[in-house]
Design a protein around this ligand. Structure first.
Ligand SMILES: [Zn+2]
Length: 599
């Protein structure tokens, strides 16, 4: 099936990709069944740790994860057992001779004997590194673990690939170098320099030179070092039809569904499940995959039924496409107003107030905990974890509802958002960290589901200086921002809600990206581009009368000499500098409509 193949490649741009949703169902299970499942979970997680280790090694060698790679197969193919056994004995002897005990914990301050592990376990190796796990939880579950872990690692690497792109775009490198770096990133050829990578250039197909490859490897290592690798310690079990089946109850009872999980060597467990309203309403194709997850706090197990909703989504998309009436909606993100649109709507006001009150509780809790439990981590506190869970829930509800309202009000086909920054000087450092980590993930998930379920696509633009740049004339000045909510342009006199102004800037940046963004490093480049653009557009002394309701009485002096951003710019000697003549058509009126010029 094409859809499945596309899913396996981890490619979700294809239209026929499965869209999966998991509904948790309430269950009743006796303690005996639960203990047997928990036993399986322990084996599952231990197997996942080994699989992750093997897959990372494969990734470093080949640039790919492989959910079909079974080291046992290559072992059987390449090494007849009678040869393998004596060679294993020799290796074990070498290991013993060097005094490295493979099973013992590493000595203090010493790394694990990785080379020995590799000698014994690299496929085609002498030993199947998963043999122990296969004996413990069964061969089919090991294959399921592999698929689950590979999915997790692929999504981690794909996020890091995006980080790589950001890093390259934010660099000062020239265009050909950036292009070639991105080609290496796309080919996932960061590690293996012997694998040739070609980039399409105007002059034809070009082999990426070695110095670029080395640079790509350094950037990749840096990007990886900023994130912890995904942990398998707390993963749940994604079981499929090889060991699990769902069927309707044979007799009428309070539990209409029964999930049967066959645990190798331990018999089958029947788990009664109750349906929820949400689940009953869920349209789509039931999958033969089930998620068994464990609650972090209570340790209890939960069962999720997976449904492929792509057909329902296609229908909803077609329906939405008919009624959509805005091509592009730009949203500015902030903590005081969650989302402001370029049309002047404000969604999710008062977000920061609630965050501040949670922050106050958090600060008090941290102080109390550290006084009464010196030397212990706050994370060990149950009350703290409950508060963090509540915060996550709150952010999720607020973001989802604000975006839903924005979509319902404007029915857009495409969204433009600023690169999100959830930090605020009004919150404590700990709170900032929590909100930042959780907020980005929540917004990303919501945008993804909007795209899957309604076909609304989105792009992200760089947010630097959107809050202090005028969306009408492009004048950038710190003093333009009078307060949290009020924006008043010192150049053209525009008065507008500050967040709406920023949303309009985001919209503008999508259609005409600021020249200089990306070429020089980050914010500085954007500022240079903005200032240059403004000086070119409005050469000479300011001759405009202030616009709008608020500033027509008096003509303030040119704000630029007192603006540090314009320091060093040759304002007086720009080509059109000749007093009032600038009024007569020398400026290109981008951003100012004829009606505003007349006023
Ligand atoms: Zn202005």
């Amino acid at each position: 099936m094409a859809g499945r193949a596309a899913k396996r490649r981890g490619d979700d741009t294809a239209t026929d990709v499965a869209i999966l949703r998991c509904d948790p169902l309430p269950h009743r299970m006796n303690r005996g069944k639960e203990l047997r499942l928990l036993d399986l979970l322990v084996g599952w997680r231990s197997c996942a740790a080994t699989v992750a280790r093997l897959q990372w090694r494969l990734f470093h060698d080949t640039g790919r994860f492989d959910d079909t790679a079974d080291p046992a197969k290559s072992h059987r193919k390449d090494h007849a057992r009678e040869h393998a056994v004596p060679r294993l004995a020799v290796l074990e002897a070498i290991v013993a001779h060097h005094g490295v005990e493979r099973k013992s914990p590493p000595e203090e301050g010493k790394a694990e004997p990785k080379r020995i592990f590799r000698m014994l376990h690299t496929p085609p190796g002498l030993v199947d590194p998963l043999a122990g796990h296969k004996a413990a939880i069964g061969a089919a579950p090991v294959a399921m673990v592999r698929r689950q872990v590979v999915g997790m690692l692929r999504s981690f690497v794909s996020n890091r690939q995006n980080d790589f792109v950001d890093a390259v775009h934010g660099s000062t490198l020239d265009e050909p170098a950036r292009h070639m770096l991105l080609a290496v990133n796309k080919a996932m050829a960061w590690h293996n320099l012997n694998r040739p990578v070609y980039a399409k250039r105007p002059e034809g197909r070009v082999l990426v030179p070695r110095e670029i490859r080395l640079l790509a490897r350094a950037i990749w290592r840096h990007v990886l070092s900023l994130h912890r690798k995904p942990s398998t310690k707390r993963i749940g079990m994604s079981v499929d039809k090889r060991i699990a089946t769902l069927s309707p109850a044979k007799a009428a009872s309070a539990f209409p569904l029964w999930l049967r999980i066959a645990i190798p060597h331990r018999g089958a467990i029947e788990i009664p499940l109750r349906e929820t309203l949400h689940f009953q309403r869920r349209e789509g194709q039931r999958c033969s995959t089930f998620n068994v997850s464990q609650d972090r706090e209570t340790g209890t197990l939960a069962f999720g039924i997976v449904t492929d909703i792509r057909d329902a989504c296609d229908k909803a998309k077609a329906k939405y496409a008919e009624k959509a009436r805005t091509d592009l909606l730009a949203l500015d993100f902030g903590l005081s107003t969650l989302f402001a649109s370029d049309r002047g709507d404000l969604f999710g006001r008062g977000f920061i107030r609630k965050l501040k009150s949670i922050d106050a509780t958090l600060i008090g809790m941290a102080r109390h905990f550290q006084r009464s439990n010196p030397g212990r981590k706050l994370r060990e506190s149950r009350r703290y974890r409950a508060l963090v869970a509540r915060l996550r829930g709150y952010i999720e509800t607020e973001v989802n509802s604000a975006l839903n309202r924005a979509v319902a009000a404007r029915l857009p086909r495409h969204l433009v958002l600023e690169r999100l920054d959830f930090r605020s000087p009004e919150l404590s450092a700990r709170m900032n960290r929590l909100v930042q980590n959780c907020g980005r993930a929540v917004v990303a998930a919501k945008l993804k589901s909007l795209e899957q379920e309604l076909g609304i696509t989105s792009t992200e633009v760089r947010a630097a200086y959107t809050s202090m740049t005028c969306s009408a004339c492009g004048y950038v000045d710190k003093r333009n921002r009078r307060s949290q909510s009020q924006f008043h342009c010192l150049w053209c006199g525009l008065t507008i809600h500050a967040d709406v102004n920023a949303a309009r800037n985001a919209r503008g940046r999508r259609s005409s990206p600021v020249e200089g963004a990306g070429t020089a490093n980050g914010r500085r480049g954007i500022l240079d581009g903005l200032v240059r653009r403004h000086v070119e557009r409005w050469p000479g002394e300011r001759v405009l009368r202030p616009l709008g309701r608020h500033g027509s009485a008096r003509r303030p002096a040119d704000p630029r000499p007192a603006n540090p951003y314009f320091r060093g710019r040759d304002l007086a000697r720009s080509p059109a500098w000749s007093g009032r003549t600038a009024e007569n058509g020398t400026r290109q009126g981008r951003g100012l409509s004829s009606s505003t010029l007349k006023s």
